[in-house]
Design a protein around this ligand. Structure first.
Ligand code: UTP
Length: 307
């Protein structure tokens, strides 16, 4: 079948975003033993809030969280904090009150579904299938800290509206890092958007078809759920299967049937699932923070000079 983008067919709107947050966060132990990785702050805001704000700024209002054990603080974060709000109101701290209330705007809905065991990102998305229904949806990995203007997800949605196909965010990585990512290859159009022809999960550098890596923002058509169900059924009925259900396997099947586009987004990305990435994101964010940037920059320059 042809995978050419269908520019003139009206494409169903993307109204829902899925946030898979049921992973174990082992790279951040001991911090993540009893607390969610997604609640780790970059300066003063938890990772998950940055991702939810990105989805909201991109026009999405229904947020679906795939949670697991130890993830209750995420639910509390997006709920009303009655005692806190009453106290801030009583003491006249109106700015802080507005800040606390802005975390969950009135027109945003949050729903939660559990992934009983961390069987992989594809399995996590599958846990949300009833809530997603038969419509296109976004997936955001909160530990991929991504900033762009317009927001990275909005860039993907623009490409989805143009092509009607699933769209995933990609970036160039160093050759020696390809084995940490899903890698794509295919023909790029005049705007640099790649029509995916090959996808390989975590290849050895010498076997990688490119160094174009998939990072944590996706806009997917609902057919991916069908592919994931099929993959999960095969895997879970095979007693020898011990691996995870990968989202990229579902997307690879979609690339072969409906077509998938890979968008080299404009913006920055830090891997906040790793300690180094978290430190880099923190420095970047502190250098943009209204209250902190001047003092922090001064300290950073002095620190760098002393190294
Ligand atoms: P990662 O592999 O980066 O996260 O998954 P992790 O498993 O939490 O962390 P480490 O590797 O043990 O340190 C990417 C995203 O997918 C979610 C994670 O929560 C993270 O946001 N995920 C992963 C799930 O929701 N369920 C899974 O079974 C696996």
């Amino acid at each position: 079948m042809s995978c050419a983008p269908s520019a003139h067919i009206p494409h169903p709107p993307v109204r829902k975003a899925v946030f898979p947050i049921a992973g174990l966060g082992t790279r951040f132990l001991p911090a993540t033993k009893a607390s969610p990785k997604e609640m780790l702050p970059v300066v003063d805001k938890p990772l998950i809030q940055y991702a939810v704000e990105e989805a909201y700024a991109s026009g999405i209002r229904q947020m679906i969280f795939v949670t697991g054990r130890t993830k209750r603080p995420v639910e509390d974060h997006f709920d009303t904090a009655y005692e806190l709000e009453t106290e801030l109101e009583r003491t006249g701290k109106h700015e802080l009150l507005a800040l606390a209330r802005s975390i969950a705007p009135d027109d945003m809905s949050c729903v939660y579904v559990r992934q009983p065991r961390a069987l992989g990102l594809g399995h996590a998305v599958l846990c949300a299938q009833e809530l997603i229904g038969n419509e296109p949806f976004a997936v955001l990995l909160a530990d991929d800290f991504m900033q762009g203007s317009p927001p990275v997800l909005a860039q993907l949605l623009g490409e989805y509206q143009r092509s009607g196909q699933s769209v995933i965010a990609v970036m160039q990585v160093a050759r020696e890092q390809v084995s940490s990512y899903g890698i794509v290859a295919g023909a790029a159009d005049h705007a640099g958007v790649i029509q995916i022809e090959r996808m390989v999960e975590k290849p050895e550098p010498e076997l990688a078809p490119s160094n174009t890596a998939i990072v944590g923002r996706y806009v997917l058509t609902p057919s991916v759920l069908h592919e994931l169900r099929d993959i999960a059924q095969q895997a879970l009925s095979n007693p020898a299967h011990t691996g995870e259900i990968q989202l990229t396997d579902g997307i690879a099947r979609l690339a072969a049937t409906q077509g998938v586009r890979a968008l080299p987004f404009a913006g920055t990305r830090h891997d906040c699932g790793s300690k180094l990435g978290m430190l880099q994101a923190t420095v970047d964010q502190a250098l943009q923070h209204g209250e902190l940037k001047a003092a922090f920059k001064q300290w950073l320059i002095a620190k760098a000079a002393s190294l």
